[in-house]
Design a protein around this ligand. Structure first.
Ligand SMILES: [Zn+2]
Length: 116
């Protein structure tokens, strides 16, 4: 029974597949299994069975919450908006500020779990 592979924990792509290779160990050889993302090439460690490889892939922790990083980006973006607005004689700066502002607003909404 093939077990279903979860999406990649790194890039969320669902193109992961189970691979096997035969590796030689001196005079012996061993079959190893692993799961690899077809998009970002993230892969599990080698395991000795197909099921272990799949379990390994599916068990991996989800991505850490991006919030601390996103919060820092948001802070930096807020400052950037201030500077951009201070130079409003340039149309490019103004449209950049507007874009950042709207992204920030969406981010704040997302953090509060609000949905439209
Ligand atoms: Zn991936």
């Amino acid at each position: 029974m093939p077990k279903e592979l979860k999406p990649c924990p790194f890039c969320d792509d669902d193109s992961a597949s189970v691979k096997s290779e035969t590796v030689s160990l001196g005079c012996a050889s061993e079959e190893i299994w692993y799961v690899r993302c077809g998009h970002c090439k993230a892969r599990t460690n080698d395991t000795t069975t197909r099921i272990d490889a799949i379990d390994d892939w599916n068990r991996r922790d989800p991505l850490p919450s991006p919030s601390p990083v996103a919060d820092r980006l948001a802070e930096a973006a807020k400052k950037a908006v201030g500077w951009l607005r201070a130079c409003d004689h340039m149309d490019e700066f103004d449209s950049m500020a507007t874009e950042l502002d709207s992204a920030l607003a969406d981010y704040e909404k997302g953090k509060k779990g609000e949905t439209k």
